[in-house]
Design a protein around this ligand. Sequence first.
Ligand code: ADE
Length: 322
Amino acid sequence: ACPSRTAAPQMNGTSQPPQQQPQHTPAKKTPRDFIFGKVIGEGSFSTVYIAKDIHNRKELAIKVCDKRHILREHKEEYIKREKDVLNIVSNSGAPFFVKLFATFQDATRLYFVLTYAKHGELLPHINRVGSFDMACSRFYAAEILVALEHLKRLNIVHRDLKPENILLDENMHILITDFGSSKIMTNENDTNDEDDRSRARKNSFVGTAQYVSPELLTAKTASTSSDLWALGCIIYQMVSGLPPFRSGSEFLIFKQIMNLNYEFPDGFCPIAKDLIEKLLVLEPYQRLGATDEVGYPSIRQHNFFQGIDFETLQNQTPPLIY
Ligand code: ADE
């Protein structure tokens, strides 16, 4: 049993500082604490289930990873990174991220107990309506920007930001998920240790072809502004319906990215176009916001965000997607 849960309180009649009260650490959860429902997501070595906590009937999402598969594919580091980052983000109190409530394991699997995002991924919402109107695009871009400000403050680069990893909660606010490709930046200015770069080279690349930044393709180094590139791609996709770089093969998409080879369709909102052109810049440090010291004030101040109150986004009713 956990000794801290059974330790008796210390008597303290002297001038000694009082002993700490016994900590009531919650017992490690097990799969039997939950009723597992249907599959709501599938990754390359994980499956996400909707689940119910049997103690309070709360709906949750549980990501289940197969240990053998992780070992076979040498993904131990990625799983550990994901858990570490989810813990950092969850404990920071930042809004707009799924929360990690518990982790546990059995003989064959690892379990991550996460916030259940009732309205699923952002991608099918974009696809259902074709494209977002300006009010919608602006609102969701603003929530993503605030989330990226929190990640920057926490020295975390997501590195795989895309509309599949942006979930929507019961009130249609965003919850960013999937930190399996993320990076904790230990020293200012940069970037990735050689370990990470060589691993990246062997695995060909980190992230998803359409949203990956040029520096992740060439130098295999990421900074917080790699997520700003993805933000540019996502704003383009919300406004027009499709991501800016698209092609039949991953190789051709990479070539388009490296050559900044993309176009705006006729009628594309010129203010949105101006912002996207300032984010989709090959040199990471020349992207809008890249040299901002705290947060991304230079992006907040862009005309595209005119009328947005960034401080109260979480309490606003999101514009309807239709
Ligand atoms: N799909 C993947 N993760 C999810 C989550 N936390 N909530 C809802 N759908 C998901």
